[in-house]
Design a protein around this ligand. Structure first.
Ligand SMILES: [Zn+2]
Length: 421
């Protein structure tokens, strides 16, 4: 009898296992597909993703909150509609998003540069000694294989703040180019190049044509849904994940599989579970937009919450959850050490992950605006070397393994269950 029971249990758990994985991959495929246009603010990509999420939640029987699931808010965004580049004698400059990109802040422009000497910055020291007036109308080149990207960006900001207008800024030496999305416009275009395409300080020939459009008050939306608690309707747990990504830059699409279709899929899978197995406390599922442009969606949600924030027992923010071979990072875990220890203890008993890493807080994802309002919150992500794409056109999910998807879902369910006692 015991043996039969065990076999039935094995069948049920393996069914749950395959269904959960199947659903996660279905969500991943949909959210990273071409029709979603990288879930940014061109071609309705962001709205299509929100609509998909809302429909999934409604089909699973959750109660949609706000305006039929949506909580709209306005953003300003500079969309790069097209970009064309030609560099003389450079056959390597071909593919948008791979060989070149521009900053999201770049204004529309047409540049033709011939036989021109450039100012090359290979040394951070030079930043402090520069006479900004002398940069006007010049072509500036930064080699990001020598300087740090962070230092270059800070210096470009300084150039802007000093009302200085170079003709063109080039950052070259990339291995993989990431797209810096922008909510503002800068008249000076910033061109990003894979490899060192301009080895000396002279450009023989370069032609760059950018068409961009600055949109003020573009309407985007968070998606909210809930399942009422069986014992306590007034208090809730919140599970949060951002579904937006970088969208398109010209023809280059950023699918954002790891960041953060993965967390969105985990969130949808958990919503599906709790719709069938309501918890003692109300479960609230929030899918934020505008994270990549500066946590706009979660800031709006925390300022205009659809639940009483003082009644949130705990908030779990899931951002980048497609791996896990090396463990789970729990940002803000040190500030809520009691709850952090619960996660560690659950993992010690199940031995699902190599590590549960309790870390300090960091205001780099959607838990932060809620944390600032006093909501107890963790930001969790899985980590491992099995997938390394981040903010590139290659983050398309084709090799995203969801290594520990079921273990990760079980860890969160068990945490909520123990916190509900
Ligand atoms: Zn993210």
């Amino acid at each position: 009898m015991k043996k039969i029971f065990f076999i039935i249990l094995m069948i049920i758990s393996s069914l749950a296992y395959s269904q959960s994985y199947k659903y996660a991959y279905y969500c991943l495929d949909t959210l990273t597909s071409k029709t979603m246009s990288g879930r940014g603010y061109q071609y309705d990509g962001n709205l299509k993703a929100a609509t998909f999420i809302k429909n999934e939640l409604a089909n699973d029987g959750l109660t949609l909150m706000g305006d039929n699931g949506f909580q709209q808010f306005p953003i300003n965004i500079n969309n790069i509609k097209s970009m064309r580049l030609a560099i003389h004698n450079k056959d390597s400059i071909k593919i948008e998003g791979v060989d070149y990109l521009v900053f999201g802040s770049s204004a529309s422009c047409y540049k033709k540069i011939e036989n021109t000497k450039c100012l090359v910055f290979n040394d951070k020291e030079k930043f402090t000694k520069v006479d900004f007036k002398k940069l006007n109308n010049k072509v500036l080149i930064f080699n990001q294989n020598i300087l740090s990207y962070h230092d270059i960006v800070l210096f470009i900001r300084k150039i802007k703040d000093n009302f200085c207008e170079p003709n063109l800024i080039i950052i070259q030496g990339y291995d993989k180019i990431q797209y810096p999305i922008s909510t503002s416009v800068y008249r000076v275009p910033v061109l990003l190049l894979k490899g060192v395409q301009i080895p000396k300080n002279k450009i023989d020939y370069l032609e760059l044509n950018i068409e961009s459009e600055y949109v003020e008050g573009y309407k985007t939306q968070n998606v909210w849904a809930k399942i009422d608690g069986t014992r306590c309707k007034d208090s809730c747990f919140m599970i949060v994940s951002h579904y937006d990504h970088l969208g398109m830059c010209g023809k280059a699409m950023f699918p954002g599989a790891a960041d953060n279709a993965s967390g969105t899929c985990v969130n949808l899978d958990l919503a599906k579970y709790y719709a069938k197995h309501p918890s003692p406390y109300t479960m609230v599922f929030l899918f934020c937009s505008g994270e990549e442009i500066g946590l706009y969606g979660s800031k709006y949600a925390a300022d205009n919450p659809l639940v009483d924030l003082s009644k949130v027992k705990f908030l779990l923010n899931l951002d980048m959850c497609g791996t896990g071979s090396q463990g789970v990072a729990v940002i803000n875990g040190k500030n809520h050490s009691k709850q952090g220890e619960i996660l560690k203890r659950i993992n010690d008993e199940n031995r699902a992950f190599l590590n549960i890493n309790l870390a300090e807080n960091s205001c780099n994802s959607d838990h932060c605006p809620f944390d600032k309002k006093g909501v107890p919150a963790f930001f969790l992500f899985t980590y491992g070397k099995e997938y390394n794409e981040y903010h590139t056109i290659y983050d398309d999910g084709k090799t995203l393994p969801f290594t520990k998807h079921l273990d990760f879902c079980n860890l969160l369910k068990e945490f909520i269950s123990q916190m509900s006692k």
